[in-house]
Design a protein around this ligand. Structure first.
Ligand SMILES: [Zn+2]
Length: 58
């Protein structure tokens, strides 16, 4: 499992992540309160960035 902080893209252990955020059936991890705040401000931006990365590897 490669869980990464949705905001800063640092690898995070899901057990040690600051918190997990569930949206649209997906679970996103953030590493710290700052990343959580940033994610909540720009959730759609980060979610769409992650979706783009996933579809890139063909
Ligand atoms: Zn982070």
């Amino acid at each position: 499992m490669n869980n990464r902080c949705i905001t800063c893209n640092k690898p995070v252990n899901r057990n040690k992540a600051y918190m997990s955020i569930k949206l649209d059936g997906e679970t996103y991890f953030v590493c710290c309160p700052l990343c959580q705040a940033e994610f909540e401000k720009n959730a759609q931006k980060y979610i769409s960035q992650q979706g783009n990365k996933r579809t890139k590897h063909s």
